[in-house]
Design a binder for this molecule. Structure first.
Ligand code: ADP
Length: 428
């Protein structure tokens, strides 16, 4: 029997009113759509009503809304943290590449992508690495940065500020304020650049297992307040003055590093180059010089001395809840290939100065992303050695890139690239 619709009036609490009534309130401007979650206390219902609103707005302009999944998602892990005005989610397939023997452990790489061939190709690279005895990765520097812009009355005063910050006792005081903002923030150094009467102050700090942007912002704000006591005329133009540099190409990150600076290396046996990668050591080394070194130099590249680091970086970033926009600098990579063992084997290394990753914060707590971190044994904060999980993740990203470089370069050297893409990208 059809349940009779309950009559409601002005006094009926909003959660007890029907979807149609709530939608009407939103349309009349009596309830802002962003308040739906808080008002109804039911996240999925809030999403459903927001979709009804969108559908009705689209219909007004003569359009339909195509199906976008929205059910069976834990919106409580998103609300107030990861996304606003939520109307559903975009499912992205996750493939696994490996295992790859990295630093003596078997690693299974989760990769979220819709680019056919990418996982298969990386998997082939992992195999070549593992059967050759594995890869080694090491973090050489670790520090996230924030580079605010401050304005002084004159260039002379800007220079005084720079000299003041470079005095060890002043740095120590700034550091003490900076470090007081988090258990994990530890200011490493400050680099100052002057442009006219502007000063750009790049704070670099370790951030434990967090990628660290929020942590850096908090610490930088406190440090600037302290510096302002010594320089009362200093005007803080912006907490970020693009001297950080976040999510934009820059020589700064390439040269100075940002996040984790990592190097990964491996020796691939000559017979493995032939049996797994279907090419020769000589062809790989030659192609690396012509393409990744000379070709990128001719293109005036900054940090792009590689074949496709961004492919692997982004796929792992999406799978593990990183900020995918940081692939801009995180994909900086120099791939080196050299013949070794009298030319019989291939030495390969990937040098990546600015991998920005965390295992806490951002989207890392979301159930699917957290499952992918767990697959890598780097979920959450490292209890015994804070910061080690994030470093390990950076090493995995660099090693994944090395596997990807091996396989794509081999496909290009052997002339297989177009054929495999036609097979794996064009399936109906
Ligand atoms: P981000 O700085 O990357 O934007 P958040 O500030 O959102 O990240 O997340 C870091 C939060 O996690 C902080 O509140 C910090 O105190 C907490 N936290 C807990 N354990 C750790 C850890 N091992 N390393 C870093 N942060 C941690």
């Amino acid at each position: 029997m059809k349940e009779e619709a309950k009559k409601t009036d002005e006094t009926t609490p909003l959660p007890e009113r029907s979807d149609a009534e709530i939608l009407e309130l939103v349309k009349q401007g009596k309830l802002p759509p962003y308040m739906l979650e808080k008002t109804l206390g039911d996240m999925e219902r809030a999403v459903r009503i927001r979709r009804l609103l969108l559908e009705s707005n689209l219909a007004r302009d003569g359009f339909n809304m195509q199906p976008l999944p929205f059910e069976q998602f834990d919106y409580s892990s998103v609300f107030g943290r990861c996304c606003e005005n939520v109307i559903g989610y975009v499912p992205i397939p996750v493939g696994v590449a490996g295992p790859m023997l990295l630093n003596g452990e078997n690693v299974h790489l989760p990769m979220a992508t819709t680019e056919g061939c990418l996982v298969a190709s990386t998997h082939r690279g992992c195999k070549a690495i593992s059967v050759s005895g594995g890869a080694t990765a090491v973090v050489t520097t670790n520090g996230m940065t924030r580079g605010p812009c401050v304005r002084m009355k004159s260039a002379k005063e800007a220079a005084q500020l720079k000299a003041w910050l470079e005095e060890p006792e002043n740095f120590a005081q700034v550091k003490s304020d900076f470090d007081s903002t988090s258990r994990f923030a530890r200011l490493r150094d400050i680099k100052v650049a002057i442009a006219g009467r502007n000063a750009y102050i790049r704070f670099r700090s370790s951030t434990g297992d967090a990628m660290g942007m929020n942590m850096l912002s908090k610490g930088t704000e406190k440090a600037l307040a302290f510096i302002q006591q010594a320089f009362p005329d200093m005007l803080i133009v912006s907490l970020s003055g693009n001297y950080c540099t976040d999510k934009k190409p820059s020589s700064m990150n390439w040269i100075e590093g940002r996040g984790k600076s990592v190097v990964c290396e491996a020796i691939i046996k000559g017979d493995v180059v032939e049996s797994v990668l279907k090419t020769t050591v000589r062809a790989m080394v030659e192609l690396n010089t012509q393409k990744n070194l000379i070709g990128s130099a001719m293109a005036g590249s900054i940090g792009g001395f590689n074949a496709h680091a961004a492919n692997i970086v982004t796929a792992i970033f999406i799978a593990t809840g990183q900020d995918p926009a940081q692939n801009v600098e995180s994909s900086n990579c120099l791939t080196i290939m050299e013949p070794t063992d009298d030319g019989n084997d291939l030495y390969i290394s990937c040098t990546m100065p600015s991998i920005e990753v965390g295992t806490v914060g951002g989207g890392t707590h979301l159930p699917a992303q957290s499952a992918c971190l767990d697959l890598l044994h780097v979920k959450g904060a490292s209890e015994e050695n804070p910061g080690r999980n994030a470093e390990k993740l950076a090493e995995v990203v660099c090693a994944g890139v090395l596997a990807g470089e091996l396989s794509l370069m081999a496909a290009l050297a052997a002339g297989h690239l177009t054929r495999s893409h036609m097979q794996l990208n064009r399936a109906k």
